[in-house]
Design a protein around this ligand. Structure first.
Ligand code: CTP
Length: 403
């Protein structure tokens, strides 16, 4: 999943020959999961039709303050458009439009929207090589960058004039990558690696039966998504669950048993910055696993169980700089037990769930948690969605690792 998934992207098109490439750009944004609206300068319609763009973006295309075809002329509200956008990308951005943007000229809908937009603004210049180097153009670039707008530099190559030089609008794929990387670079966990365990483990009794628990894996998957949305590369070691995730920054490592989860965690841990162990690992497993299906001929069946390895504790023993987080599901003496676990397992933070709290626990979409850190700070939260609990947890971790 791209970091642009779910974002509202407003594409502003001005009148350069590179406007024909915006059909591909709209498709790339749509493919990455964004919602796209297009605002065009009137002259840009000479280079690409609004019909092409509205078909690809699945939205009306705006180019004037009122819809002329409409008898009951409706005002296209530039303020609403500007506020709707999470990102405003002006591509191609001609010397004329850039100069107007830099000087507050507001003689078309694109420019009025630019002046109203509060979101990050990217611009991808396009023009002939001498125009690109002209002091007036360079001044526009500098002014716009000083306003906080982000320039996606033009590239060198053959230009529409037949001349060869700098001034070609960046290719649509490169514009997409540029914006994705720019967003990722600003994220709090960019460059960090996070190990997360999720779900239950299944401990085989025979080829068809196992010992397991009711963990749905929801909490761990929400933590994985929230970490990736903050730019982290995630290694999600998960027991058997029905949860699904597709995100370019999440590496899914499916396992079945506690032993497999232990091995996978130890494979990745050394290289991690943060490890959050939210899995409900089986504490015991059958000592012997029958190679054949156990028949029900006997009236009773006795299974001898042995302890599984405590993954969290084993990581606590070998940790160097990793920020290590464990979960504790308690039914009584919750705070004391959780604090004891934090110390015993050498954790930086423990997330306490109490089974006494309604809406907290295995299968629900909500959770009620208390964070306890190594300095004995206790933060209790109200009942929240697991997605919001994940965000609170990452806020806490980010505060701690940047402290
Ligand atoms: N955990 C683990 N490996 C295990 C068991 C638990 O990594 N074999 C991790 C869980 O993912 C969770 C934390 O340890 O982060 C909670 O474990 P829990 O079973 O509650 O703690 P214990 O110390 O085993 O204590 P008890 O079962 O006695 O409450």
């Amino acid at each position: 999943m791209s970091i642009l998934c779910g974002k509202n992207i407003l594409l502003g098109i001005s009148a350069g020959i590179a406007a024909y490439k915006t059909a591909s750009l709209v498709r790339l944004f749509i493919k990455s999961g964004a919602t796209v609206k297009v605002v065009m300068t009137p002259s840009s319609k000479d280079f690409i039709t609004p019909l092409t763009l509205s078909t690809l973006s699945k939205n009306p295309v705006y180019s004037s303050f009122v819809n002329e075809e409409d008898d009951n002329a409706v005002w296209n509200n530039h303020v609403d458009l500007g506020l709707w956008a999470d990102l405003f990308i002006i591509a191609p951005a001609t010397a004329n439009t850039l100069s107007k943007m830099a000087n507050g000229v507001c003689d078309n809908l694109l420019l009025a929207t630019y002046l109203s937009a509060k979101c990050p603004v990217y611009f991808a210049p396009t023009m002939d090589l001498d125009m690109y180097k002209h002091p007036s153009t360079l001044q526009s670039f500098e002014k716009l960058k000083a306003f906080g707008n982000i320039m996606i530099p033009a590239t060198s190559g053959e230009l529409a004039s037949g001349l060869v030089g700098e001034g070609r609008m960046a290719e649509p794929e490169d514009i997409l990558t540029f914006i994705e990387n720019d967003i990722l670079d600003a994220l709090a966990l960019r460059g960090k690696k996070v190990l997360i365990t999720a779900g239950p483990t299944h401990e085989a009794i025979d080829p068809v039966r196992f010992i397991g628990n009711h963990s749905s894996g929801k909490m761990g998957f929400e933590i994985a998504k929230a970490s990736a949305n903050l730019g982290a590369e995630v290694f999600l070691v998960t027991g058997p669950t029905h949860q699904k995730v597709t995100h370019s920054l999440i590496n899914l490592i499916p396992v079945t048993s506690a032993e497999e989860m232990y091995q996978a965690c130890h494979t990745y841990f050394n290289d991690m910055d943060i490890a959050i162990l939210s899995a409900a690992v089986a504490d015991f497993k059958p000592k012997e696993v029958s190679t054949e299906k156990i028949k029900k001929s006997a009236s009773t069946l006795r299974l001898e169980l042995e302890k599984t390895k405590d993954i969290l504790q084993s990581l606590g023993k070998i940790k160097t700089n990793q920020y290590l987080v464990g979960f504790a599901l308690e039914t009584n003496n919750e705070l004391e037990n959780a604090k004891d676990k934090l110390k015993r397992k050498h954790l930086n933070l423990i997330v306490l769930n109490s089974l006494n709290d309604k809406g907290a626990g295995f299968k629900s979409d909500t959770n009620k948690v208390t964070f306890i850190d190594a300095d004995d700070n206790v933060m209790a939260f109200p009942l929240k969605s697991k997605a919001d609990v994940a965000k609170d947890l990452l806020d806490k971790i980010i505060n701690e690792i940047h402290a």
